[in-house]
Design a binder for this molecule. Structure first.
Ligand code: FES
Ligand SMILES: [Fe+2]
Ligand SMILES: [Fe+2]
Length: 491
């Protein structure tokens, strides 16, 4: 069965499938080329400026915020004036200024958008054409409105810019579709952290000067092959991702020009040394790899980027060296053991509540007990366990996200009456989500935590047990949790 689409979905699908848009699209693209091509080499810096290559992000969406923001402000001021809510003539002047500023922004956004659109083909070119037509209509209506306002025909001018604002809304929606659904303008390079340690990929003798050569490494987490392009240039071997960040073009099929590697699809040029973009349409640098030569083999290692969470053997060794070998308190249990036991306690509570009769008054009490234990568990992990394992496990950011989701799901479930049929549905999904989270901790994060060593895990275990006891025994903590649960229940 075909899924039922929303109205906006139906609109974008209809535009994307409309082949009759192709002929006018190519006419417009040829007209733009006619302006750019006679400029020769001077066209490239202009295009780089319009794409946002210098900025490191596409320029068009940034410029588009000017008409969207300013024209919306003008529409609000106009509405206030028409309804009589504001009578200040300053507000009317402000509306006109906002329309003028927005129009100037719209012209700049159109120039930059046109430059980007030239490099887009197929269904996205069709959507782009309608997007441009809607925005151009909005601009023409707004300019017409400004002319009418100047001639004192204020009401007619307001009607015209109001219509322009609606056209802009359609244009903005289609622009959002191109960026967020179709990923036009989004970095499309492969950003896998692999290989984290130097890995031989090819014999040096197989490389030829200025001949790009593709090699591949395996990313076991993404279960995907990662392409890397090697280029020997002036006696040095350079390596970058083989998938072009613009739209995924094969850089290994490109060519070397002026110290850069050119993509065969739209001509983006990337610096061989640094991977940065020398010429657009691309705006994002290519992922870089360190290269070394060992026994006639070329070895590569992914160059980590600032803010990367990816762990490398080097980082793990550094983390282990930092952790002082603590003397665990005698008889202390390991952190993973304590947490696993607590997971099982929560699993049993879920099973009991789910098996209970919906009308059983004890069901609410057990639900409160479960909510309290879940809250304590997340608190203990967030405070003690996650910060400790962060240097040796990549799972922590995702685990934090899951905690957030579990807390939101718990809040929704608590609000429902325990005899409500919806309650059982929510309880079941919460149970599955908790089980998924706990199981991924048990099968991944706890194993990675082994890198901290037995003594450190016992030290953490002792801290966790102490905190669990404190959370359960402290009157203030229990009162606070109870209050929170009651608030969530809406009582
Ligand atoms: S895919 Fe467009 S320049 Fe590479
Ligand atoms: Fe957790
Ligand atoms: Fe846990």
């Amino acid at each position: 069965m075909k899924p039922l689409n929303t109205t906006p979905d139906r609109l974008t699908s209809a535009i994307e499938a409309e082949e009759r848009l192709d002929a006018p699209a190519y006419d417009v693209a040829n007209a733009v080329s006619l302006v750019l091509q006679p400029l020769g080499t001077a066209a490239q810096p202009i295009q780089n400026a319009l794409h946002g290559t210098w900025l490191g992000h596409p320029l068009h969406p940034a410029l588009a915020t000017l008409p969207v923001g300013s024209w919306t402000l003008a529409a609000m001021l106009d509405a206030a004036e028409v309804s009589g809510a504001v009578r200040d003539p300053g507000a009317a002047r402000a509306a006109d200024i906002a329309l003028t500023v927005g129009s100037a922004g719209a012209v700049a956004a159109a120039a930059s958008g046109l430059a980007d659109w030239r490099q887009v083909h197929g269904r996205d070119r069709r959507t782009g054409l309608v997007h441009a037509a809607a925005n151009s209509t909005a601009l023409v209506l707004t300019l017409g409105s400004l002319a009418l306002r100047r001639r004192g025909k204020r009401r007619a001018g307001q009607a015209l810019s109001g219509a322009g604002w609606l056209a802009m809304g359609l244009g903005a929606y289609l622009g959002g579709h191109l960026a967020y659904r179709r990923r036009v303008g989004v970095d499309q390079a492969d950003r896998s952290p692999e290989p984290r340690a130097f890995q031989p990929v090819i014999a040096e003798a197989e490389l030829e000067e200025d001949r790009p050569r593709r090699v591949a490494v395996w990313d076991p987490v993404a279960r995907a092959e990662i392409g890397i392009v090697l280029v020997q240039h002036r006696g040095q071997v350079h390596a970058m991702g083989s998938r072009c960040s613009h739209m995924g073009g094969p850089l290994d099929e490109g060519w070397v020009q002026d110290g850069g590697l050119v993509c065969p699809w739209h001509g983006s040029r990337y610096c061989l040394r640094s991977g940065r973009v020398l010429d657009g349409p691309s705006t994002a640098p290519q992922p870089r790899y360190e290269v070394r030569l060992r026994d006639g083999q070329v070895e590569v290692r992914r160059e980590m980027e600032p803010g990367d969470e990816a762990l490398t053997p080097r980082k793990i060794l550094a983390a282990q060296a930092r952790e002082a070998p603590a003397d665990p308190p005698p008889g202390a249990r390991r952190a993973d053991e304590v947490l696993r036991e607590h997971h099982d306690l929560m699993r049993r509570l879920f099973e009991r509540i789910r098996a209970m009769d919906p009308s059983d008054p004890e069901r609410r009490d057990l639900m409160r007990l479960l909510a309290g234990e879940l809250e304590i568990h997340e608190h203990v992990e967030d405070e003690i366990f996650y910060p400790a394992v962060r240097p040796v496990s990549e799972d922590v950011p995702l685990a934090h996200a899951e905690h957030q989701q579990l807390a939101d799901m718990l809040a929704v479930t608590l609000r429902l009456g325990t005899s409500d049929p919806e309650f059982d549905e929510h309880l079941r999904t919460l149970h599955e989500a908790v089980d998924h989270h706990a199981s991924s901790e048990e099968t991944s994060m706890f194993l990675e935590a082994e890198r901290l060593g037995d003594a450190r895990l016992r030290e953490l275990g002792a801290k966790i047990e102490a905190m669990l006891d404190h959370e359960r025994e402290s009157r203030a903590r229990s009162a606070f949790r109870d209050l929170k649960i009651r608030l969530l229940e809406g009582a």
